[in-house]
Ligand binder design. Structure first.
Ligand code: H2U
Length: 396
């Protein structure tokens, strides 16, 4: 997607870890926190007071990195010192008035309101003359630098296209020129045929571990119908997007039985007035965890000086995830979705076409790699124990 190589070395997963162990955030939060600057009715750090909002709530970031009135200016000294002023706007979006919720714990109907707000912000900000890119994102969890557990995300609107989006646009444009189709729609077709890295899906969206993933539990959200921005989603597709975001985040939470940290966000077509047929909208989830709720992946050393490196292949991710994912399917550790959600899930009948990519990947990968003899031995042992406990067969 960005035309950068990733070093994959799965044989390293056995190495011991005596390094940094993170604190796990306390699971129980209160529904309203009088000291929270994002809860309804509370004062914010900048002095403004939040309204008594009952759904989503959007406001201009009181400490915005990008400001609309930044004067134009440029520095250029000997091709060495280059700088340019950048105007823009930063917004904060509270997903819910409830301090204790997360996307995984919200109803599909309530996450759908967040999707609507994202689409509206993208259109509103993108239609402002100086804005060429709108970046929607959520930092979840203290480990990712999130300042507050209240469910919220941010929207940064830039005068220029930021680096990550620019790399994708360049790769997408070249692919489109060469193939006459978009890189991600062809990639999705391939993944749906192979079924090796698909985590979950519904009628309109697929969540998968990209072939080129860097982070151990990275996922990519792709729409089945090609759209270049959230604004182009139909009514039904918006509900499906809400559903797939819940499916992914619930699986994450269940994986290590923790409120899973991540940075997630959507890449959408630049808002420069061009149609961008090469650009399919998509979402990225970048979680920092490596092998447990407390051990995270560090992008240091070789990664900083050389290139990204990962210990778990995208498919092998299933091995780590399989047991928690099995539990996840039968008994989610997150709260049972609110009653309103159960109703809306029934009425919308969003079809989940694959139970769990984690489980699938586990089975597929386990039997196709060198682990096979160990797994067979394990199954034989299990079989013996079963026969013993049911009084059949002889103990040997
Ligand atoms: P993060 O948790 O992802 O850092 O986002 C919180 C944002 O909320 C952060 O950018 C803003 C911070 O500037 N903020 C306000 O705008 N007003 C406040 O009263 C506190 C925090």
């Amino acid at each position: 997607m960005t035309r950068e190589w990733v070093l994959v070395s799965p044989h390293r997963t056995q190495r011991p870890w005596q390094g940094q162990v993170e604190d796990v955030a306390p699971e129980k939060q209160v529904a309203f926190d009088p000291t929270c600057y994002l809860c309804p009715g509370n004062p914010r750090a900048g002095g403004a007071k939040n309204p008594d909002y009952s759904s989503v709530f959007v406001f201009d970031n009181d400490f915005a990195a990008l400001k609309p009135d930044t004067p134009a200016g440029e520095v250029q000294e000997q091709d060495l010192l280059l700088a340019r002023s950048e105007s823009g706007r930063c917004r904060v979006l509270c997903f819910s008035p409830r301090h204790d919720l997360t996307i995984a714990r919200m109803s599909v109907a309530d996450v759908r309101e967040v999707v609507d707000a994202w689409a509206k912000e993208y259109l509103d900000l993108g239609s402002q003359g100086n804005i060429r890119s709108v970046q929607i994102f959520e930092n979840r969890g203290a480990m990712m630098g999130c300042s507050n557990p209240h469910p919220h995300g941010q929207i940064w609107a830039n005068e220029t296209v930021p680096n990550e989006l620019a790399k994708e646009i360049a790769a997408f444009a070249d692919y489109y020129k060469a193939h006459g189709s978009t890189l991600l729609s062809d990639y999705l077709k391939l993944e749906l045929e192979k079924r090796e890295r698909v985590v979950c899906s519904n009628d309109d969206f697929v969540g998968l571990v990209p072939f080129w993933a860097i982070w151990p539990f990275e996922t990519l959200v792709l729409s089945r119908r090609e759209v270049s921005g959230l604004d182009q989603l139909t009514d039904g597709e918006r509900a499906s997007l809400a559903d797939i975001l819940r499916q992914i985040t619930i699986r994450y939470d269940n994986l290590f039985k923790t409120s899973f940290p991540y940075t997630m966000g959507f890449h959408q077509r630049p808002t420069d007035g061009q149609p961008h047929p090469e650009f399919p909208m998509h979402g990225h989830f970048y979680p920092p965890l490596l092998r447990s709720a407390t051990v995270k992946k560090f992008m240091v050393g070789y990664e900083m000086l050389g290139m990204p490196q990962r210990d778990i292949t995208p498919e092998n991710r299933g091995q780590v995830a399989a047991r928690p994912a099995l539990q996840a399917l039968s008994r989610p550790v997150t709260e049972t979705p609110p009653a309103s959600d159960q109703k809306s899930r029934k009425s919308k009948k969003l079809k989940t076409t694959q139970l769990s990519g984690f489980v699938f990947s586990h089975i597929f990968f386990s039997f196709s790699m060198t682990q096979t003899p160990r797994i067979l031995r394990f199954l034989l042992l299990k079989g013996k124990m079963f026969r013993r406990s049911h009084g059949r067969g002889s103990a040997s």
